[in-house]
Design a protein around this ligand. Structure first.
Ligand code: FE2
Length: 222
């Protein structure tokens, strides 16, 4: 299968159905109705903050590991720069919901969120670039879509301002661009059936990780 067709198929057969499953979870169903507890919203802020901190380290690792490869080095440098402020944007959302600085400093990752961070580090260290990017493309497509849910519900049901919700407006726009970059890289770099399989596998794993993440947050912050 040629690269472009592969990317289209991953989007249509894996990512889009994954997004639908995510949006239909208890977490987002209750959020749309304004019934999701503040604690569960705060749970997302804490867990995403910790995850975002972890992926910055993963990007730094990717820069060092790929120092000889200008394209990949530039890619990880770009990602590090792009994401640098994102832990604080997730924190801002949590602070607006009543959390304190110490809630973030004391927190640890729940199981499902650590799996997400671990997968990102694993991909950076041992993954081939298209596998790594398939993971990012899936993750960011899903963040892009669920940000819309947070933004709408935050305004409508939880009395939050645009300033409080900036994480979500940022991700509704930025991740469209990142997704396009990842799609382009995958399309250019996948050459063998095994690489194609790794790309599909990576996208499928990320869908499962995301679904698990929101189920985990829902359960742990009940
Ligand atoms: Fe981000």
């Amino acid at each position: 299968m040629d690269g472009k067709a592969l990317v289209d198929s991953v989007k249509k057969d894996i990512i889009q159905p994954g997004i639908q499953l995510l949006i239909d979870t208890q977490y987002f169903t209750e959020m749309r109705q304004g019934k999701l507890s503040i604690k569960r919203l705060q749970g997302w802020a804490i867990q995403h903050y910790l995850h975002n901190k972890a992926i910055l380290k993963s990007f730094a690792l990717g820069m060092v590991k790929n120092a000889q490869d200008q394209t990949m080095f530039d890619y990880f440098t770009y990602q590090l720069n792009e994401e640098q402020s994102h832990p604080d944007l997730a924190k801002r959302f949590g602070l607006a919901l009543g959390l304190k600085e110490e809630d973030f400093a004391d927190a640890t990752q729940i199981f499902e969120c650590q799996i997400h961070s671990a997968r990102t580090v694993y991909n950076t260290l041992t993954g081939i670039p298209p596998q790594n990017r398939a993971s990012a493309m899936t993750s960011e497509s899903m963040v892009c879509r669920y940000s819309e849910e947070f933004l709408n519900a935050g305004r409508k049901h939880y009395g939050l301002s645009d300033h409080d919700l900036i994480f979500f407006t940022t991700h509704m726009v930025a991740d469209i661009e990142h997704t396009a970059q990842s799609a382009d890289l995958i399309a250019r770099m996948v050459k063998t059936p095994r690489e194609e399989r790794l790309v599909r596998e990576s996208a499928k794993y990320m869908v499962r990780i995301k679904l698990g993440k929101f189920d985990g947050i829902y359960r742990e912050y009940s």
